[in-house]
Ligand binder design. Structure first.
Ligand code: 6GU
Length: 274
């Protein structure tokens, strides 16, 4: 997979040389190219921003450097060999949510171009212009505001890269990920343990030492339900009741959850006054 990142802070992307993504690059699984947006400016001060039309605080990134940058990057290759061009990922707090599903979709692409912005964002005409010829995804990594899109690019690249074949050591490693589509979808992962068996007087849940795979799987599922009910009740409320077995239902009842008239599960309103 090829990734191009156009930024005014190339050094912000240095972490892409480290750890999982760094190794994937070294092994040739990932071709990452970071470009300095200012190389596509032509004035003495390498200006990339200007004041917003209509007034208001902050500055807006000018369209011309982005246009030249994207034209140059897009003209420089066709790693998919299909002439489709890249998917252009525009990180913005006003984008649609970047989720595990988004990561899976992007991981299937041969070529992604990221356009992390600073200031109040990029002149709208850039997304309009490239949206007519390419697939553009405006994506947000969560409901908070960052000073720029570089940290979101690090987040998105890591989430995508670990899904590529041959990048994680163990191909099974993402099967049980929280948010991975499939059996444990919509459940958070429960706790994990390793040696030593006793640490500061704390031992390991017995079942994990039992060697009984069925009981271990059941215990892990129960832990996932407990954790999800506590930290992400919204996920549990969305889950398909058909995916719940008798044990799940019993555990949810213990946790104070019950089936609602609409068939979904939710916490019983014990502390709500009638
Ligand atoms: Cl993608 N960019 C910025 N600046 N802030 C964000 C974000 C992106 N996602 C959440 N907050």
């Amino acid at each position: 997979m090829r990734l191009d990142i156009v930024t005014i802070f190339p050094e912000y992307l240095e972490p892409l040389n480290v750890s999982l993504v760094g190794k994937a690059r070294a092994r040739g699984r990932l071709d990452v190219r970071v470009h300095d947006l200012r190389q596509w400016t032509h004035d003495r001060h390498n200006t990339v921003d200007d004041t917003p039309y209509g007034g208001g605080p902050g500055m807006v990134m000018k369209p011309e450097p982005w246009g030249e940058a994207l034209d140059a990057v897009i003209a420089s290759g066709d790693p998919g060999g299909d002439g489709d061009g890249p998917v252009i990922v525009v990180p913005t707090p006003s984008g649609s949510p970047f989720t595990q599903e988004t990561a899976v979709e992007l991981a299937a692409e041969p070529w992604l171009v990221f356009t992390p912005a600073r200031y109040e964002g990029i002149d709208r005409r850039v997304v309009e212009e490239y949206g007519e010829r390419f697939r553009v995804r405006e994506l947000s990594i969560g409901d908070y505001v960052l000073a720029g899109g570089e940290a979101p690019v690090l987040v998105m690249v890591e989430a995508v890269a670990r899904l590529l074949p041959g990048v994680l050591g163990n191909a099974e490693s993402h099967r049980d990920d929280s948010f991975a589509p499939g059996a444990m979808a919509d459940l958070l992962e429960g706790p994990v343990y390793t040696k030593p068996p006793v640490w500061r007087g704390r031992d390991i849940p017995e079942v994990l030492l039992s060697g009984h795979h069925g009981r271990i799987a059941r215990w892990r599922r129960d832990q996932a339900f407990r954790r999800t009910a506590r930290y992400r009740p919204d996920l549990l409320e969305r889950c398909d009741p058909a995916a719940l077995d008798a044990e799940d239902r019993k555990l949810l009842a213990e946790l104070g959850w019950a089936e609602r008239p609409d068939g979904r599960f939710g916490p019983t309103a014990q502390d709500v006054e009638e």
